[in-house]
Design a protein around this ligand. Structure first.
Ligand code: NAD
Ligand code: USQ
Length: 407
């Protein structure tokens, strides 16, 4: 049986991935320091869905399927010796690396959170790569990166999968061809750490021959997979608070309680999305299709479709009858952007993604409305402000806002 280590396997993407990989026959060991649960307590937030403690989750999985998933409470950024010992012992076929602080707003709260995000994310990635190289393992490192490394200032150029052919003109007018990492343009300290991860991957692939796949993932929506649905103790987390709640989850939760949908600015930001069921499938596909030793880092864009924030709000509003509110944008981001992204790589591997239109109702009825009693109103405001010039969100009437491209 082949071992897979899932770093961050107690989190939103990591938990359903661990279950799926276990179900398809891998021996899975989760490495997680449970920092995400700690941050929830720090913020006074909690998942809308009642997630069980990790020990109960694992016991339930064994009870329901007869399969065992191991768990090690290791901080991948700080407990290097423990990480090395585990990898030496397991000699995993792959390490799936989800173990980073992933909220852009949390990473912009203040000095403490900025420094924590950089320390945690950079060290975790570097420790994993250093350990794999030092132990001379043939392990495939599969990292969850983000579409945000490309920036969201797009003007319609299709974003390629990680690399870009360029021509550089030399002093004497001669043209040189180069293939470079697509220029990064991070929009938060969190996204900046993902840009920095890319350079570490490039170096360790070149210098140590580490086999690496970097998945540039869009915003993940949806909650449940076929595995997490098997028993309520296996339920996945659903974040809707101002730091960790992603935009669609926030709108769905707000609609369930009749709170106006908090559209930032004019809602002209276009973002990439993928359902959690497809995240899980993509990771299995990435594991099954590793780069050869010595090959450059494989970069795959892991997204299904793009949507403009105000269109999402309008969709949720039309489904539920709850109004949209246009609030001052707490972020420093382009007010309007186009986004076209290539996702050829996963489509060529056979991915047929779930689209928003197919899953939205299930999400509303089975999650937002079902667990509405667990909602904490105090966690709705987005309290993290990108730059000092920005003021906290003020709800404006729809009539006060101009819509450059409004339908
Ligand atoms: P999450 O916060 O729910 O899960 C991350 C998990 O990693 C948590 O369980 C946390 O306790 C653990 N962790 C963090 N630092 C660790 C450390 N130093 N050592 C051990 N464990 C540690 O986040 P998520 O939504 O599951 O995201 C997982 C990964 O996918 C992240 O790297 C994120 O950047 C990426 N990603 C997420 C999304 C999304 O929409 N959720 C989109 C694109 C990319
Ligand atoms: N937004 C609103 N109203 C809200 C919340 C968000 O209008 O109440 C807007 C934001 O201003 C932003 C967009 O919605 O323009 C997306 O914000 P988000 O919080 O849903 O997503 P983001 O901050 O980009 O981060 C999430 C994950 C992160 C992942 C990233 C993928 O938290 O881990 O890397 O999505 S991507 O966006 O492709 O970079």
């Amino acid at each position: 049986m082949e071992n897979i280590v899932v770093v961050g396997g107690d989190g939103f993407c990591g938990w359903p991935t661990s279950l799926h990989l276990s179900r398809i026959g891998f021996d899975v060991t989760i490495v997680d320091n449970l920092s995400r649960r700690r941050i929830d307590r720090e913020l006074g937030a909690r998942s809308l869905t009642p997630i069980a403690p990790i020990a109960q989750r694992l016991a339930a999985w064994k009870e329901v399927t007869g399969r065992e998933i191991g768990f090690e409470n290791i901080d991948a950024a700080q407990d290097y010796a423990a990480l090395v010992e585990l990898l030496q012992d397991l000699q995993p076929k792959a390490i799936v690396h989800f173990g980073e602080q992933r909220a852009a707003p949390y990473s912009m709260r203040g000095e403490t959170e900025k420094r924590y995000t950089v320390d945690n994310n950079i060290n975790a990635t570097h420790n994993i790569l250093t350990a794999v190289a030092a132990l001379s393992l043939d392990t495939h490192v599969v990292h969850l990166g983000t579409m945000g490394v490309y920036g969201y200032g797009g003007d319609g150029l299709e974003i390629p999968e990680g690399y870009q052919q360029v021509k550089v003109t030399g002093d004497d007018g001669q043209e040189f061809e180069r293939e470079i990492l697509y220029p990064t343009n991070p929009g938060s300290v969190y996204h900046m750490t993902k840009s920095m991860d890319q350079l570490m991957f490039q170096f360790f692939a070149k210098n140590d021959g580490v086999r690496i796949t970097d998945l540039h993932q869009g915003i993940v929506w949806g909650t449940q997979t076929s595995e997490t649905k098997l028993d309520e103790r296996l339920i996945n987390r659903f974040d809707y608070d101002g730091d960790y709640g992603t935009v669609l989850n926030r709108f769905l939760m707000q609609a369930a309680v009749g709170h106006p949908l908090t559209v930032h600015g004019t809602g002209g930001q276009t973002c990439a999305f993928i359902h959690i069921r497809d995240t899980v499938r993509c990771i299995a596909l990435a594991i099954a299709n590793p780069p050869a030793r010595g090959e450059r880092v494989v970069i795959r864009n892991q997204m299904a479709e793009t949507h403009r924030v105000r269109d999402l709000a309008a969709l949720v509003s039309s489904m539920t009858g709850v109004d949209m509110a246009f609030v001052d944008n707490p972020r420093n981001e382009a007010a309007e952007n186009d986004l076209r992204v290539s996702n050829q790589s996963f489509r060529a591997l056979g991915l047929k993604p779930t689209l928003l239109a197919e899953g939205l109702l299930e999400e509303t009825v089975d999650i937002a409305e079902k667990y509405v009693d667990r909602y904490r109103p105090s966690t709705i405001p987005a309290a993290s402000i990108w730059t000092k010039a920005n003021k906290p969100g003020i709800v404006k009437g729809v009539d006060e806002v101009s819509f450059p491209e409004a339908a």
